[in-house]
Design a binder for this molecule. Structure first.
Ligand code: GLC
Length: 459
């Protein structure tokens, strides 16, 4: 009897130790090392997101399969006619570069499950469509040639894989637990987890250096969701870091509370009110945004943001220490829609003259308060402060509390001097009458720049 207990105890200890060993240890990293690893990204500030897949043919949102509860059989028509004959990744890369973007992240597979890369684990890939080629391969080569860093978006969610358990965001989502049980009979998430890991491995092995990976997304709360256990996130991430040691990883693996479980946070489609923090510490962040409401090409979507709004979005992000990843949804012929091209061009025109207030810049030190209708960014290396005039003032701009702090002031776009005066005391009708302020004298006519920028050399 006694030996029996002993055997059970030994077996339990063995199982415990085995599990401990299986549990992934994410690599530890000192904060300075992490900052160093992410330095290029932090300095770049502006990247392009690209959402492309079969949904570009439906042209009514990348979630069309879910929204209209389309089955695999019905969705197959898009696969059969997929042939982006005008696709030229060099043109895309040039447009991104000319807009001032320093990196780009493309969907290698979105929720629909269709792969733009030549994976040996599936037939559901661009190589098997009439187009017949590996899109990612060409894309990587072109973007690298233009000097852009490259990132892969890979959807954890998969609406095509036969072993992926149907959940509440799946096109065939059910109403009752019983229905779910019936639908998921025979589906084996172990097999899907392996598929997912194998594909990520292919992506991080077959395409050279990959600078960023965007794994999307987890929805663990509530019923019929999915989280880190479904993806085996820790082991997946461990593999990612082993295969591409320098890689930068987003935060959607459901490992928010794990040390080393993510590199940057990803506020989507909204402006943060201040620099995001975790446990009181400011964290790297990147907001991802669309030109209009949809990520995939949406023909009839009309709520396109104006160039002014988009430039402001970029400045805003940098003014709070963050990045902007701005999305293009190419058409099914492989082109950027004319509206996207217009906006990229407008951003490029602005960036050509004003990128110095974006690259290598961050939030201004707290001693500098921003004037009304302005945004501030700051370059710590050059000690220059940038005042962005969102709404052009009438002839003068008061900088409160700036007295004695500014050496020289000029417009950024043409390097023309801006004179400034010390305040005149006791002149109550003068706006600038406080002892600590300075007043910049601006031309009455707004310079021909969407959002003019003043460069201040600080003392
Ligand atoms: C959401 C959406 C997805 C899009 C992504 C971009 O997760 O599901 O369609 O790709 O956001 O951040």
């Amino acid at each position: 009897m006694k030996t029996h207990y002993k055997q059970i105890a030994i077996a339990l200890i063995a199982i415990f130790l085995f599990n401990l060993n299986l549990r992934a240890q994410l690599p530890k990293e000192a904060p300075e090392d992490k900052a160093k690893r992410m330095e290029w990204w932090t300095q770049a500030r502006f990247g392009m997101f690209i959402h492309w897949g079969l949904y570009a043919e439906a042209a009514r949102h990348e979630w069309v399969k879910k929204r209209e509860r389309i089955t695999n059989e019905e969705y197959q028509k898009y696969f059969e006619v997929f042939d982006p004959d005008l696709f030229d990744p060099h043109e895309w890369a040039k447009m991104a570069k000319n807009a001032g973007m320093k990196y780009a992240v493309i969907t290698t597979k979105h929720h629909e499950g269709f792969c733009l890369f030549d994976s040996k684990y599936t037939d559901y890939k661009s190589v098997n469509t009439p187009y017949g080629k590996d899109i990612i391969k060409q894309w990587v080569e072109a973007f690298r040639t233009e000097g852009l860093k490259i990132g892969f978006y890979y959807s954890l969610i998969d609406w095509h894989h036969p072993d992926y358990e149907i959940d509440r965001v799946h096109p065939q989502s059910a109403r009752t637990d019983k229905e779910y049980k019936k639908l998921n009979k025979g589906r084996d998430m172990d097999k899907y987890r392996k598929y997912l890991k194998d594909q990520v491995k292919e992506l991080l092995t077959n395409y050279g250096k990959v600078d960023i990976i965007w794994l999307d997304y987890s929805f663990p709360s509530g019923k019929h969701g999915k989280g880190h256990e479904d993806w085996d996130s820790e082991n997946l991430l461990k593999m990612v870091r082993e295969l591409q040691p320098g890689i930068i990883v987003n935060d959607r693996l459901d490992l928010l509370d794990k040390e080393g479980g993510w590199d940057f946070t990803t506020p989507e489609q909204y402006k943060v009110s201040r620099w995001p923090e975790k446990n009181g510490v400011k964290v790297p962040w990147e907001t991802c945004q669309t030109f209009s409401g949809s990520w995939g090409y949406y023909r009839d979507e009309a709520t396109w943001k104006s160039p002014h709004q988009l430039i402001e979005l970029l400045i805003e992000s940098v003014s709070k220490g963050g990045n902007l990843l701005l999305n293009v949804g190419p058409t099914a012929r492989g082109m950027f829609d004319y509206r996207a091209q217009d906006r990229l061009k407008a951003m490029g025109d602005w960036m050509f003259y004003n990128n110095r207030s974006i690259y290598n810049c961050t939030e201004a030190p707290s001693e500098f308060s921003k004037p009304d209708n302005c945004l501030l960014t700051y370059n710590p290396k050059t000690n220059r402060l940038y005042v962005h005039l969102l709404d052009y003032p009438m002839g003068a701009l008061t900088l409160k509390g700036f007295k004695g702090k500014v050496k020289y002031a000029r417009f950024l776009h043409d390097a023309s001097e801006i004179k400034f005066t010390q305040p005149r005391h006791n002149v109550t009708h003068q706006e600038s009458n406080a002892a600590g302020d300075i007043m910049l004298k601006l031309p009455v006519v707004k310079p021909k720049v969407e959002i003019p920028v003043i460069e201040l050399f600080l003392k």
